[in-house]
Design a protein around this ligand. Structure first.
Ligand code: ATP
Length: 397
């Protein structure tokens, strides 16, 4: 046994060292998976919004350039029209939204807004013009009024790109997107309009360079005010007595069909939500996101319909509020329940990174292809009493 001990021990340590090397290699490969930070070109200009026409021109992209996740995707959304993306899980729908928001750049092809390649414009000006209603909305550990008013300041853009992030974000003492006026100077007049006199957030802390430090929730994503007309920063008004409710938050909540629910909360708009306050349901949180977006008033809208089962009433309410915000805005929507996109101007079926079918609901039904099969499948599931009445494509794919 003693004779065997030496070789076995040597084998054990070689194995452990090999294993460690594999783990190190895995970690290194993981690092490559991190998104490359998108930089503004040195001569980047602010996006000039005319109408809000969006064009994807022969766009290909791969998270790993060796394996394309999108292949030669081309489509146009004329301003004010609604384009819906449907298709099996992993097909590339969210990737299309991420590229339009310029979280990544296409490997091949171009994305144009009103004729401008989005690679050539500043990220702040681009993101300022795009509103996002994610599947699962982040809430600050703050009042409901604050959470809706945040729409005027910026959105938690990270959420739409990384659904694995927590639904609740602790309110941070710094807020990089809102402290930047768009030119990177981190300065600008501040004014916040809140409803229900919620607790005042604390003043933002700036780092030694005078610029606001960012938190993990906001890294790399900034939402500056590149226009002089709107300057709002929830983190910079602690001593500002000019802090008032001009009714816009309530109006947004009404349009998002959430005002009535808020009125029933113990302290109305001053009710604290989030980790240490009231918990909102998925449907309520999505309506908060819709109210935020109404306040932000962007010409382009990205919507990711919730996959979670909602009761019929809630679903109708959400659908109504989505209809009211997408009206007259260029809208790109990921749909999981096909019944919600019957009226879309165009539907793209995205499968394996490609546009497998496109057309209106009627055209696609007549074609009798993938979309028609998906529709029939959802119809069957809706009629089956044992299955969820709102099963998503994820379930059926
Ligand atoms: P779902 O309906 O499930 O949300 P989807 O159609 O939106 O799916 P995407 O999220 O766009 O699909 O994913 C397209 C492909 O890209 C999938 O194969 C997915 O695994 C891969 N993918 C998505 N995000 C990343 C990432 N950050 N790094 C590497 N691969 C990714």
């Amino acid at each position: 046994i003693l004779q065997l001990y030496g070789p076995l021990n040597a084998f054990g340590s070689s194995y452990r060292s090999l294993q460690k090397n594999f783990i190190d290699m895995e970690k290194m490969l993981d690092l490559f998976k991190e998104p490359v930070e998108i930089q503004d070109l040195p001569n980047a200009k602010p996006l000039v919004m005319a109408k809000g026409d969006v064009v994807f021109e022969n766009v290909s992209f791969g998270y790993n350039p060796m394996y394309p996740n999108l292949k030669s995707v081309s489509f146009t959304i004329p301003h004010g029209k609604k384009l819906a993306l449907v298709g099996p899980s992993g097909g590339g729908k969210s990737t299309i939204l991420r590229l339009l928001f310029r979280f990544y750049d296409p490997t091949v092809g171009r994305i144009l807004i009103d004729g401008q390649d989005i690679r050539t414009v500043t990220q702040t000006s681009l993101r300022r013009r795009i509103g996002i209603v994610p599947q699962d909305t982040s809430l600050f550990n703050e009042t409901i009024g604050y959470n809706i008013g945040y729409g005027k300041i910026g959105q938690d853009h990270a959420q739409v790109f990384d659904p694995s992030r927590s639904a609740i974000v602790r309110r941070r003492s710094t807020c990089s997107e809102s402290s930047d006026n768009g030119d990177g100077s981190g300065v600008g007049p501040r004014r916040v309009l809140m409803s229900g006199k919620p607790a005042k957030p604390t003043r933002s802390r700036k780092n030694k360079h005078g610029s606001p430090s960012s938190s993990p929730e906001t890294h790399g994503i900034t939402e500056g005010d590149d226009d002089a007309d709107v300057e709002v920063d929830a983190t910079d008004y602690a001593d500002d007595e000019d802090w008032e409710d001009d009714g816009r938050i309530q109006a947004a909540a009404e349009a998002a069909r959430i005002h009535e629910i808020i009125s029933r909360f113990p302290d109305g708009y001053a009710t604290r939500v989030g980790e240490r306050g009231m918990r909102l349901s998925g449907g309520e949180k999505q309506r908060v996101a819709i109210a935020r977006t109404i306040l932000k008033n962007p010409p382009i809208l990205l919507l990711d319909e919730a996959t979670s089962a909602l009761d019929t009433q809630t679903e109708r309410e959400i659908q109504n509020s989505i209809e009211s915000i997408s009206k007259d805005r260029t809208t790109l929507m990921i749909a999981h329940r096909l019944s919600t996109i019957v009226d879309a101007d165009e539907i793209l079926v995205i499968q394996k990174g490609q546009i497998a079918e496109h057309g209106s609901h009627e055209e696609l039904m007549r074609a009798g292809g993938i979309y028609a099969a998906m529709w029939m499948q959802q119809l069957r599931e809706d009629r089956t009493p044992t299955s969820s009445s709102h099963s998503s494509q994820k379930d059926s794919s």
